[in-house]
Design a binder for this molecule. Structure first.
Ligand code: GRF
Length: 194
């Protein structure tokens, strides 16, 4: 049987991408086929290289005004698109070509602390400012709005007195690294076309 094929989109460091590439490196049923980025300097590209996984860098024009990326992913027979720290909104043509096959991870318990501009430190600053006693991560399907698609999985942690932004980031990242590869694997198992 052919392996299911994953495409990862990332704009930055790619620590989640790293965990996903590790998880599927010797997996019998699925593989990471390509890493895509809007940022030619993103460290995730180096990580992809280290795994000998091909990558593709694109600009705004290619992403929003051509069908090149959708065509490339179709040609590569990609089964699941995984956003891992990817900051641009997904255009309609990709959503239509891959319905219910694009997922994202967000460093908070959606629907709280999501939406346009809610990324990176800003999420954790808002959570601390509001005096929340817990936070967590959300893995969800992607639709035409930031952080709004159907929720697939959430995991939580307690915010202790004295926790700062770095601590929230650390706790969230531990959960992301633990859950994202496993949730991806479960989704691939459930997908009929796979
Ligand atoms: C993660 O916190 C994820 O929730 C968010 O972007 C961050 C990516 O981190 N969408 P990394 O590049 O995987 O380290």
């Amino acid at each position: 049987m052919l392996k299911k094929r994953i495409a990862i989109f990332a704009s930055g460091s790619g620590s989640n991408a790293q965990k996903i590439m590790e998880h599927f490196k010797k997996h019998p049923d699925a593989e990471v086929a390509i890493v895509l980025s809007n940022n030619p300097n993103a460290y995730v590209l180096q990580r992809a290289d280290n795994f000998e996984i091909p990558s593709h860098v694109f600009d705004r024009f290619e992403f929003y005004h051509t069908d090149d990326i959708a065509d490339l992913l179709k040609k590569m027979e990609i089964d699941l698109i995984v956003l891992a720290g990817f900051l641009w909104l997904i255009p309609d043509n990709l959503l239509k070509t891959f319905p219910n096959k694009i997922i994202n991870i967000h460093p908070a318990l959606l629907p709280k602390y999501g939406g346009k501009g809610m990324y990176g430190d800003k999420v954790h600053i808002a959570i601390l400012e509001n005096g929340e006693t817990e936070s967590g991560i959300t893995i969800h399907f992607v639709n035409e709005n930031f952080d709004e698609g159907e929720i697939i999985h959430q995991a939580r942690f307690r915010i202790e007195k004295g926790d700062d932004i770095e601590m929230l980031k650390f706790k969230g990242q531990q959960l992301e690294h633990l859950h994202y590869p496993r949730i991806i694997e479960n989704l691939l198992k459930k997908m009929k076309s796979l």
